[in-house]
Design a binder for this molecule. Structure first.
Ligand code: NAD
Ligand code: UDP
Length: 313
């Protein structure tokens, strides 16, 4: 197969490229490097089945030749990124999604959009099944991301219904692992960077808010299984292991054997209080569930950051 991955030089995109090449397919990664870097796919550049194209998917998206799958992963994803890039985030989630859908329509390809647990907002139902419509503040600071993703889901369903495109929506829950940027502002890279460099570990609010964190290899496996079906989704992919941010900070401090103190900072506006995927649908339709224990994933991530001290500077 020939697979196009928008956002292919990002954290998840680069892991997808590696996995799909490993399955014996061709990959065309499209990225404008707004939050990703070519270094994320440097290890693939010698592979003749891999191409990295610098392009903005909000511009006209042209890919010559046959395409069997379009994976639309381009979008700033970390809160500090999308708060700094609100218009870019909305454009890639709307115009960029139309272009990626248009490419899939033109080529007769399977289309999968990377949606998010943020479509559930600050959830009033816990854990979150796919049938839950969510609780999002459209005019709050996070609205640019959450609503762009919700719009992207609606656009995807419109192409399925009006143009018969074989579409799929995957709702990704918090994922971590190697190739996250240590300064991307998300909790795990922040805590690991802070612990390894002896800086205070910054916990927002009182740290009682929870997330459910999934190691990247598990997530990629779930997405790849979903891609190979004709299932429309939405399907939750994430690890139901739920943890408070204070416990996560202390856990990372212990695993790194750091003596960093834990310090408390302001809680971001509209920061969701809880989050945990109901993965019944993924278990039943994909035979998928996470297999990497969170502690093992954290140790691998810590190892990656230790081996890249230049990233911690
Ligand atoms: P990332 O920032 O590392 O990767 C996103 C990539 O998209 C970057 O390489 C960036 O340069 C590229 N990009 C952004 N706008 C673009 C544009 N207009 N044209 C071309 N390329 C563009 O983020 P990530 O964590 O890898 O997230 C990837 C996708 O998964 C995003 O769509 C995100 O919303 C979704 N997602 C991620 C998580 C997570 O925990 N990492 C959770 C839910 C959803
Ligand atoms: N968080 C924190 N300290 C940090 C960064 C984040 O306590 O240095 C908190 C943040 O307020 C949120 C949780 O960790 O409650 C997860 O944040 P992240 O940005 O990783 O993911 P998201 O909010 O998008 O789920």
């Amino acid at each position: 197969m020939r697979v196009v991955i928008t956002g292919g030089a990002g954290f998840l995109g680069s892991h997808l490229c590696t996995r799909i090449l490993g399955e014996g397919h061709e990959v065309v990664a499209i990225d404008n490097f707004i939050t990703g870097v070519p270094a994320n796919v440097e290890h693939l550049m010698e592979d003749p089945r891999f191409r990295l194209v610098r392009a903005d998917v909000t511009d006209y998206l042209h890919v010559p030749g046959e395409v069997d799958v379009v994976l639309h992963f381009a979008s700033p994803a970390s809160p500090i990124d999308y708060l700094e890039l609100p218009i870019e985030t909305m454009k890639v989630g709307s115009i960029g999604t139309f272009h990626a859908l248009g490419l899939a329509k033109e080529k007769g390809a399977r289309f999968v959009i990377a949606s998010t647990s943020e479509t559930y907002g600050d959830p009033q139902v816990h854990p979150q099944p796919e049938s839950y419509w969510g609780h999002v503040n459209p005019v709050g600071p996070r609205g640019v991301y959450d609503e762009a993703k919700r719009f992207g889901e609606a656009a995807t369903m419109a192409y399925r219904n009006a143009h018969d495109v074989n579409t799929g929506i995957v709702r990704i829950f918090n994922t971590f692992g190697p190739r996250m940027r240590p300064n991307d502002g998300r909790a795990i890279p922040n805590f690991v960077r802070q612990a390894l460099s002896g800086q205070p570990i910054t916990v927002a609010g009182d740290g009682s808010q929870t997330r459910s964190v999934c190691y990247v290899d598990d997530l990629i496996d779930g997405i790849w299984r979903f891609t190979q079906t004709d299932h429309p989704g939405p399907v939750n992919i994430g690890n139901p292991t739920e943890i408070s941010m204070l416990d996560l900070a202390k856990w990372i401090r212990d695993l790194t054997k750091s003596d960093s103190e834990v310090t408390f900072i302001d809680r971001p506006v509209d920061d969701p209080g809880v989050r945990r995927p109901d993965i019944t649908l993924a278990r039943e339709t994909l035979g998928w569930e996470p297999v990497v224990p969170v502690e093992e994933g954290l140790l691998r991530t810590i190892e990656y950051f230790r081996n890249h001290p230049e990233l911690l500077a």
